[in-house]
Design a protein around this ligand. Sequence first.
Ligand SMILES: Cc1cc2nc3c(=O)[nH]c(=O)nc-3n(C[C@H](O)[C@H](O)[C@H](O)COP(=O)(O)OP(=O)(O)OC[C@H]3O[C@@H](n4cnc5c(N)ncnc54)[C@H](O)[C@@H]3O)c2cc1C
Length: 497
Amino acid sequence: MSRKFKAFIIGSGIAGISTAIRIAVNNFDVTVFEKNACPGGKIGLLEKDGYTFDTGPSLFVQPENIEELFKLAGEDIHEYFNYKPVNIGCKYFYEDGTVINAYTDKKKFAHELNTTTGESQEKTLVYINEAGSIYKNIGTIFLNHSLHKTSTLKRANILKALRNTKSNYLFSTLHQSNKKQFSNAHTVQLFDRYATYSGSNPYQAPGMLKLIPHIEFSEGVFYPEGGMISIINALYKLAVKKGVQFKFKTEVQKIIVDEHKAKGIVVDNKNLQADVIISNTDVYFTYLNLLNDKRKADIVLKQERSSSAIIFYWGIKKEFKQLELHNIFFSTNYEAEFDAIFKQKILYSDPTVYVNITSKFEPGLHAPANKENWFVMVNVASDKKMSEENIIKTCRQNILSKLSRLLNEDVESLIETEDVLHPQLIEANTSSYLGALYGTSSNTKSAAFFRHPNFSKDMQRLYFAGGSVHPGGGIPLCLKSAQITSDIILEDSRKWQ
Ligand SMILES: Cc1cc2nc3c(=O)[nH]c(=O)nc-3n(C[C@H](O)[C@H](O)[C@H](O)COP(=O)(O)OP(=O)(O)OC[C@H]3O[C@@H](n4cnc5c(N)ncnc54)[C@H](O)[C@@H]3O)c2cc1C
């Protein structure tokens, strides 16, 4: 049996913990260093005045990625974590009074779109089903392999997959492609919104992002019991069970490199040696701060950052029967909104507002009786300006006037507790440059498909996992990143002494 290799992981985001589990069950001795007091990174919890809020992600899809980790570790997931399907993936509100329930059952959804917008049921089903077959064809290659290793690409037969991919997925923007396929402007806006799942602009990002709705309408949307934080709690418990050690409140100061080989880290001004180093922190800060390599850090920034967000956590002293778990209140001019976010980098006065209410799904658990915990988010530029006091104040006012208008209720008078998160705080809490939620945007084909590799090309034994590297940000992609990175480490380690 080969010797037990020692691995250091920098950061306990979801990709850091998952990588730790994957290599620990393969006989690695793993320690995770986390600067914060608890695991999870962007997946956090806020408890305030009898309310609880998930501070980051709120949408949970593809639970099989989590199931697979438990299977790999030989543990019964249900002893750690449970989740259930959601029937309405999102409820959409438009300024003209149109309301659309996006049922996760695709036939029911196609019928709903037909009733509310007149969109042909057949067109909707063709769109979702076609995305499903392209997902199986090329999406799975992108999600399961490093695109920077010719050996894995040859195995996956990427050229054949590309030949079988319709041109509008590759050569049109998401918006152009949706506009061609649908006749109703509300339907186009609804499907354009999927660009925001990677922090991108539908008027720039490639049509390939049409694969995302396939996941919701064919595979489903789920709710993790206890909220999103329960995913982290379960994975942390599993990692500890598999022997992973966690050092909290321990910031890594430097990665030690000698003769093009990563050999350890500096923590509390002490050198610690390991066989392999995995960075789960933003690849930009990895180069800038941990490797002291400004040139490489600047190269990372050549790919545009994803959008950031301003989020208000509001304890609301009333129940809104007309709202669901996930709700969207659309802007009237979507193109102008994205122009403000990505090009002008200014606050948009009529933002699309997302409201997530987990107390809908677990009444009494996240809010006092007859009250609701509102997570209220608008997308903004990843830019320090978006954290200025006057911007936050204006943003709050824009949101309140939109919600009060569309819900016909004075929402401000119902807020009994409040907190806020903005780009600068996201950067401070999770070291994500400029508060980008998803690392790089997918606003160009190269940014969408060729993110930073999961390994260093010029430093041996240095690897990367998380939202700022391949295949990208968001929980499902971060879990895939952990899988790709650990597969490469396990393969490389066969050659190590
Ligand atoms: C407001 C918000 C809403 C979102 N909504 C969704 C959603 O609905 N669905 C979805 O799938 N995704 C969503 N996302 C994105 C998702 O949260 C992220 O893509 C994902 O959680 C990133 O995980 P990660 O593994 O890359 O690490 P991160 O969560 O970025 O964590 C990195 C960790 O590294 C630590 N660290 C950094 N530097 C050091 C150092 N030098 N030493 C020690 N530790 C260090 C940090 O403290 C942090 O804990 C959202 C994100 C935010 C912020």
